[in-house]
Design a protein around this ligand. Structure first.
Ligand SMILES: C[S@@+](CC[C@H](N)C(=O)[O-])C[C@H]1O[C@@H](n2cnc3c(N)ncnc32)[C@H](O)[C@@H]1O
Length: 356
């Protein structure tokens, strides 16, 4: 099987039919997120209002909210579509890359030894239970069990973001929006939980002089991230380590960037990660965080609570509800001297920036 080239920055599947199928799945996801979700919201809000009026009080318990929303046909259709489209997405990507597996594994092995940049990983890495027992986003094998997980995640998120990840668009936007330390010193940057390294490579583009690192717990992720960086000719160093135990020296980085990690680890691990970033970030350094909103002590509106519950159970996000309810801002404030909660480039993920 020969290299079929790229769709944006994503390696194509094995056959045109497979890419056409995944294009259809992307369209089905757009339909789910727009037409179906809008209809669900309209019908759901009306049903919640009726139920609250009949009861004479607000609905708060998730069981009560589910009892109202689950039986509504358009809600059930939207839930079924969400789940099935996600399953079709992963299976379609896995099936097509499986046909290219020998070629892709050779490509990874070759890139392991190439520069610029580097990759380090341990074939016997002891993955923590909180990570290894979860197939996040129902990706079969999660982030690490399939040696092609990096390829799979990249094509999967191309479909998932419905066009906004075709050319690292989101990561580029976030990197460009990341504030710099006030003293202007930017010698070392860390993309924490870097996944396939899309932010890390954009940091290298933005700050070519800086030493840029991507750290992730998953070996297939860092290997694929390194292969991408090699293909792009960018010197980035990727390493398989724990975000809560990075092994970097104290005060090492000028910028630590993290996109979508905290909601995917148990809350005590999030707290450890905040402490670890405080240790490795130098005074005056910038900690840029993009993740789910945290609303400790706040009751989510019924439809938002329903969506969070659906995502936790049907999209395998077991720690996200706990994260959203935890006092993440308070945790950051305990360790960082300044926190801007309103820093917001045009992106659907809320974000914060903390300065050490
Ligand atoms: C939702 S993905 C986000 C990836 C990446 N930040 C991006 O821009 O797409 C979460 C990533 O966190 C990694 N991860 C999860 N727990 C981790 C931990 N304790 N330490 C390091 N990486 C972790 C996963 O392997 C996965 O690549």
């Amino acid at each position: 099987m020969s290299d079929r080239g790229y769709l944006g920055t994503t390696p194509l599947g094995a056959e045109r039919d497979d890419d056409a199928y995944l294009d259809f799945v992307e369209g089905a996801r757009v339909f789910t997120l727009t037409g179906l979700s809008d209809a669900m919201r309209r019908r759901g809000e009306a049903a919640i209002a009726e139920a609250e009026q009949a009861l004479g009080r607000k609905l708060t318990a998730i069981e009560e909210i589910k009892a109202v929303l689950d039986p509504i046909p358009v809600v059930a259709s939207r839930n079924r579509f969400s789940r099935t489209v996600q399953e079709m997405m992963w299976q379609g990507v896995i099936d097509t890359y499986r046909k290219r597996e020998p070629e892709l594994l050779r490509e990874l092995a070759l890139a392991d030894r190439l520069g610029p940049g580097s990759v380090e990983y341990d074939p016997n890495f002891p993955y923590p239970d909180y990570f290894s027992r979860v197939d996040f986003h129902i990706q079969p094998g999660g982030y690490f069990a399939d040696p092609l997980a990096g390829y799979i995640y990249h094509y999967g998120t191309k479909v998932f973001y419905t066009g906004r990840n075709n050319n690292d668009d989101i990561h580029r936007e976030l990197v460009e929006a990341t504030p710099t330390p006030e003293d202007g010193r930017i010698e070392r940057i860390l993309d924490l939980a870097c996944g396939v390294g899309q932010a890390a490579t954009w940091f290298k583009e933005r700050f070519p002089q800086a030493e840029v690192w991507g750290l992730d717990l998953s070996a297939p992720m860092v290997r694929y991230a390194h292969k991408r960086a090699v293909d792009l000719g960018l010197e980035v160093h990727f390493t398989q380590r724990l975000a809560e135990d990075t092994k970097f020296p104290d005060n090492y980085f000028d910028i630590v960037f993290v996109y979508l990690l905290f909601h995917e680890v148990p809350w005590p691990v999030s707290q450890q990660i905040v402490r670890e970033v405080h240790r490795i970030l130098r005074p005056g350094g910038v900690f840029a965080i993009f993740d789910f909103p945290s609303r400790p002590g706040q009751q989510l509106p019924p439809l938002a609570a329903y969506a969070r519950s659906f995502d936790s159970h049907d999209n395998s996000e077991p720690y996200a509800t706990e994260f959203v309810q935890a006092d993440f801002h308070g945790e950051l404030r305990r360790h960082f001297r300044y926190l801007n909660e309103n820093w917001r480039p045009e992106i659907w993920i809320p974000n914060r920036v903390a300065i050490k």
